[in-house]
Write a protein that binds this ligand. Structure first.
Ligand code: SF4
Ligand code: SF4
Length: 178
């Protein structure tokens, strides 16, 4: 690792909470576009965006999945919105051991928003007719090392789930096939 600078396009979704009406179309399309085969099913439990709801006060907060974390954090702040108190975890983007959100229901593997790689645009943004989700891009200089961290995070999650020896055995079988 030599620490060289790379220019990276950072893709984000800006969320306008005031516009969200809680329709959950974003959850439906995200899970459908990531189904295998694509569009063969929809299940919000597999969605990489979830809408935190408080229907009595019309509060809807879309949260899209961020990084996997091995351990839960110490943050236990409370948020009060329109008189209703929310746990800090409600708005967290992490796939974390302390809750079931942003985990593949069958395997338990972490789900992370991939900005709908391979599609023309993020599908949740396209399907949000209320304009609560706004896609944005910016250029940022990053260390080359940062690029490698995503792979390491994915491998760490797999190792936690299946054990390092199973991962090594699988890689070794794949190498033999090549
Ligand atoms: S599609 Fe838009 S309006 Fe509907 S729940 Fe998702 S973010 Fe909210
Ligand atoms: S950008 Fe794509 S992967 Fe990310 S939350 Fe939206 S639909 Fe899901």
């Amino acid at each position: 690792m030599n620490g060289d600078k790379l220019t990276k396009t950072v893709k984000t979704i800006r969320i306008d909470v005031d516009q969200c009406n809680g329709c959950r179309a974003c959850e439906v399309i995200c899970s459908a576009v990531h189904a295998a085969p694509k569009y063969s099913s929809n299940n919000p439990g597999r969605s990489r965006i979830r809408v935190i709801t408080e229907p009595m006060t019309d509060v809807y907060v879309p949260v899209y999945a961020g990084e996997y974390t091995v351990a839960e954090c110490a943050g236990r702040d409370k948020y009060t919105i329109d008189g209703k108190q929310y746990d800090e975890c409600a708005f967290c983007r992490a796939s974390c051991p302390s809750r079931n959100i942003f985990k593949e229901p069958d395997s338990g593997l972490p789900l992370k928003c991939d900005m709908c790689e391979g599609e023309d645009e993020p599908m949740c943004v396209k399907w949000c007719l209320a304009d609560a989700l706004i896609y944005e891009e910016r250029e940022e200089e990053v260390e080359e090392q940062e690029e490698q961290e995503e792979l390491e995070i994915g491998l760490e999650a797999m190792a936690d789930k299946f054990g390092m020896q199973k991962i090594l055995d699988a890689v070794s079988r794949m190498s033999v096939k090549d």
